[in-house]
Design a protein around this ligand. Structure first.
Ligand SMILES: C[S@@+](CC[C@H](N)C(=O)[O-])C[C@H]1O[C@@H](n2cnc3c(N)ncnc32)[C@H](O)[C@@H]1O
Ligand code: SF4
Length: 406
């Protein structure tokens, strides 16, 4: 049976190239944060030259012709992309069908005139140096990286990577059209550019939804009360990264203070209930070889602290391979699979969303083909311990004998 044109377009269109701009810390642009990248820099020319760059025009044309562009293989071929999520998001925001919306937003030459959505990583400025992270995301990683990842910093003149000067001003002419803004980094809540941008967005704040991925180390920026500023927007969802409580959290996320973090989360919880109803939050737990057996303890802890509702998302380290559970032996992965399956069966209070995420993780363990690593896991962990005056044995003792580098 042949598909009609509308069915073909439903399969080929992602709404993002028709309204969205994603910019990495080095100023390079891509269709979205998980697609392949392009060599287009936001520092070359006007913002309209960027959003109507020939690569964008070709991408829109291909999608509107029912083709599935190669740069978006992650969604079309590997099936673990975000196309459906974003198409649904924009149907909710505009009340329009995404296929019709995509056609409405382009002219006959596939140009767009309005930017409605941004995902900006202004710089790699960060006050943490989480062990699974890297110097391209964190200035605080630079010194250690010179020793443990010399290849990562070989092309970096100094520890800072920035989109470029005056970028926020360049976006000014589009700020009135923006309906969805995502901020990450580095740590967005310690960057000047974040506050410059949020202030620039204020006149249109009631039309604009904000999502911020943050380590929540700060609720004040200079004299700005961050939650008060964010409460001006239509809504704001804070995706709060936390990879464990107590010693585990402090070990993985170097710079994280358990006490300060949970005081901030409780303040966020309380104010979002009482004063800033438009602000919500969820935890983001990144699973690595360090904390894979800590997840259910973390859930118990946040329940005990009255911080648990349907608000824990998981993601997992696939890279660097030497810190990824997927890259361990079948024997170790079996142990992890049983641990997760047994705990899911035991804990009747887990939400379906958390169970689905964990089953997604097990599925990743099943299909991931281990890759030879440049770094031996145990050597790497020990080297970093020496630099940071820490000892993995007190939080993740299994690394010593159960994780063998491939
Ligand atoms: C790079 S951080 C930037 C935003 C902010 N600084 C934070 O920590 O939330 C974004 C997310 O990536 C996660 N992350 C860091 N290194 C990762 C890795 N190697 N693989 C997968 N996720 C990682 C962090 O835990 C965090 O949730
Ligand atoms: S806080 Fe975020 S950006 Fe900073 S080191 Fe940790 S994961 Fe990386």
């Amino acid at each position: 049976m042949s598909m009609d044109r509308d069915d073909v377009l439903k399969e080929s269109i992602c709404i993002l190239p028709f309204l969205h701009l994603f910019v990495r810390t080095d100023g390079l642009v891509a269709p979205c944060c998980i697609s392949d990248g392009w060599d287009i820099s936001v520092n070359e020319g006007d913002i309209d030259d960027v959003i109507n760059h020939p690569k964008f025009l070709e991408l829109r044309k291909q999608m509107l012709n029912g083709e599935k562009p190669k740069v978006c293989d992650i969604c079309f071929k590997n099936g673990h992309g975000m196309r459906n999520d974003f198409n649904n998001l924009w149907e909710r925001i505009t009340g329009k069908n995404y296929v019709e919306l995509s056609q409405e937003l382009v002219d006959e030459n596939y140009n767009i005139s309005k930017l409605k959505s941004t995902d900006l990583r202004f710089s790699n400025l960060c006050n943490f140096s989480c062990r699974m992270c890297a110097p391209i995301y964190s200035t605080n990683w630079y010194e250690d990286a010179k020793i443990v990842y010399p290849n990562h910093v070989v092309n970096m003149d100094n520890k800072s990577i920035k989109i470029g000067d005056n970028f926020v001003q360049k976006l000014d002419k589009h700020t009135n059209n923006l309906n969805w803004v995502y901020l990450a980094g580095g740590e967005p809540l310690i960057m000047d550019e974040t506050f410059q941008y949020l202030n620039q967005l204020l006149p249109n704040a009631k039309e604009c939804e904000i999502v911020i991925n943050t380590n929540l180390s700060n609720l004040m920026y200079k004299k700005t009360d961050i939650l008060e500023l964010l409460s001006n927007f239509k809504n704001c969802h804070m995706v709060v990264s936390c990879d464990g409580y107590g010693e585990m959290g402090e070990y993985i996320r170097t710079g994280f203070s358990h006490e300060k973090f949970f005081a901030n989360v409780k303040k966020l919880r309380d104010l979002s209930k009482t004063k800033y109803h438009s602000i919500s939050f969820s935890f983001n737990f990144t699973i690595s070889i360090f904390n894979v057996f800590h997840f259910f303890d973390f859930i118990d802890y946040i329940k005990q602290e009255d911080l648990f509702f349907d608000n824990v998302m998981t993601q997992w380290v696939t890279y660097p391979y030497h810190l990824s559970v997927g890259n361990t032996s079948e024997e170790f992965k079996d142990k992890v699979r049983s641990f997760i399956t047994d705990n899911i069966a035991k804990d009747t209070t887990l939400t379906q969303k958390i169970k689905d995420d964990l089953n997604g993780f097990i599925n990743y363990l099943n299909v991931f083909e281990p890759t030879r690593t440049e770094h031996n896991t145990l050597d790497f962990v020990k080297k970093l311990d020496v630099l940071r005056n820490s000892d993995f044995r007190s939080v993740s003792p299994w690394i010593e004998n159960e994780i063998k580098s491939i």
